[in-house]
Design a protein around this ligand. Structure first.
Ligand code: NAD
Length: 491
């Protein structure tokens, strides 16, 4: 396990020597310490990234050259996949098979953006047809500059990859700050980048507190672009900080995503996707379908099956075989989720199952998967993201009512619909005010497809070619090709 900051191609302790504890959420034991970067450390990282961008030539490398680094990083991740997945599990708590899937996806993300980096070489410019034949014009894409990337704790290496891979592919240099409670795998990413010979300063990884290291990144005048995934309140701060210097931003924030199940759906398939939609990663998923709307005729039998299956989910240490629900990431998150469940009950919701620590677990941030019914529409449980294994169930009568309830949110990250009637499912999918919509499933995520939210769930899109656009500027180059003088001042 690494513990130091990775700045300008070297490992170093925090300038004031401070560290943060790394706690295994399955045991509550302190398993390690990592450097807590100061504003001074962040300044060094940004200066290194600036030099790599402004003078060392990273933005002038060919896409093919950058692709070679990205593919080497992907191979480096794959070569150590099981070891890195194990680190993710002891740091974040998620079951090992989920962590293993994340790490494979992270490697795939680097390969995918290697392909897009190569395409930048084959399409370096786009001719623009001008109405005025005295000029020719073309558009070229260029990297924005130094990207400051700040990520949450729920998919530590994957979130790092979603930002680092497209940024490097575009020709940007990066200062990345992982979440303070899950930094171990980001440091392994730095080690892999170092091993494959990525030039110093191109990727810098600073671990530390959001209020210190994170704040120093968003306030730094040497950063051109802020790429953030995390909560709405921190997203607002980032937007305000970006506004001061007109920094480019992309924000991926929270959700309170609906899953609409029509009564022509297969009950077993519906239950399986509802479970996957809310209990995967302990429900700590921005796109989790945490509000489930089931059509009247199917509601009672589906709820009964859902509770049966929810109570059968195997809980435990993510490293143990067969575990499908690990501990929540931290004491803070555990306390917040328990408080949200209590508030829901005080507001009138019924606890259909879960809501407390499972029997036999004295240590670890374990919570039984929770189903709430009769949740008032104006209660925090229905309106606000809980970010834990808690699903709110409700019935509806008509398609119009389902769409209205689904869209009645200030958030709009994701939504899902299930129906045997394909035309209806497509109609509802188009009616959802959300950036990611699933039909007959919930949560599968693909590197090739755009990811991001409507409304207060964010700005911009990650992944796919849209993810590359986050790190590119568009420049027009226009040439006067007429032999005639311009003839305005000099006739
Ligand atoms: P958070 O906003 O508390 O923290 C996210 C990151 O921001 C961390 O690295 C933190 O250190 C940093 N940070 C905190 N204060 C800062 C400041 N003042 N300046 C700069 N950086 C600061 O969120 P979290 O608790 O880590 O993650 C959970 C949230 O993330 C949820 O709301 C969830 O929906 C959201 N999320 C969204 C997506 C998505 O793709 N839309 C994906 C994962 C998580």
């Amino acid at each position: 396990m690494r513990s130091e900051l990775y700045i300008d191609g070297s490992w170093k302790a925090a300038s004031d020597g401070r560290t943060l504890e790394v706690v295994n959420p399955a045991t509550e034991e302190v398993i390690h310490h990592i450097a807590a970067a100061t504003a001074e450390d962040v300044d060094l990282a940004v200066k290194a990234a600036r030099r790599a961008f402004d003078t060392d030539g990273w933005p002038r490398t060919s896409g093919a050259e950058r692709a070679r680094y990205l593919r080497a990083i992907a191979a480096g991740i794959r070569a150590r996949q099981a070891e890195i997945a194990r680190l993710e599990t002891i740091d974040n708590g998620k079951p090992f098979p989920e962590a293993d899937w994340d790490i494979a996806d992270a490697a795939g993300c680097f390969d995918f953006y290697a392909g897009l980096a190569e395409q930048l070489d084959s399409n370096p410019e786009e001719p623009i047809a001008l109405a005025d034949a005295r000029f020719t014009s073309k558009a070229v894409r260029e990297p924005i500059g130094v990207a400051g990337a700040i990520i949450p704790w729920n998919y530590p290496l994957l979130m790092a990859s979603w930002k680092v891979a497209p940024a490097l592919a575009a020709g940007c240099t990066v200062v990345l700050k992982p979440a303070e409670v899950t930094s171990l795998t980001a440091l392994e990413l730095a080690a892999i980048a170092d091993e494959v010979g990525l030039p110093p300063g191109v990727l810098n990884i600073v671990t530390g507190a959001g209020s210190v290291a994170g704040q120093a990144i968003i306030d730094h005048k040497g950063v051109d672009k802020l790429a953030f995934t995390g909560s709405g309140p921190v997203g607002s701060k980032i937007m305000a900080a970006a506004a001061r210097d007109i920094k480019r931003i992309s924000l991926e924030l929270g959700g309170k995503s609906p899953f609409v199940v029509f009564d022509d759906s297969d009950i077993e398939k519906a239950v399986e996707w509802i479970l996957f939609g809310i209990f995967w990663n302990q429900g700590q998923v921005c796109s989790a379908t945490s509000r489930v709307l089931v059509q009247e005729g199917l509601y009672e039998p589906l709820l009964k099956r859902l509770i049966e299956e929810t109570n059968r989910i195997r809980i435990g240490d993510g490293l143990a075989d067969g575990v499908l629900l690990g501990p929540l990431v931290s004491k803070k998150q555990y306390d917040q989720v328990i408080a949200a469940i209590e508030a829901a009950r005080s507001a009138g919701a019924t606890l259909a199952c879960g809501g407390r620590r499972p029997e036999g677990f004295e240590k670890g941030y374990y919570l039984r998967p929770t189903v709430l019914t009769d949740v008032p529409l104006d209660s925090a449980a229905w309106v606000e993201e809980i970010f834990g294994p808690v699903v709110c169930m409700r019935s509806f009568k008509t398609e119009a009512e389902a769409v209205e309830l689904a869209n009645d949110s200030r958030l709009g990250l994701a939504a899902a619909v299930m129906s045997a009637d394909d035309a209806r499912a497509e109609r509802v999918a188009k009616a959802f005010r959300a950036g990611i919509v699933w039909i007959n499933c919930s949560q599968p995520t693909f590197t090739e497809a755009p990811w991001g939210g409507y409304k207060q769930s964010g700005i911009g899109r990650e992944l796919g070619r849209w993810g590359l656009d986050n790190y590119l500027e568009t420049k027009q180059i226009t040439k006067y090709v007429s032999e005639d003088p311009w003839g305005w001042y000099i006739k």
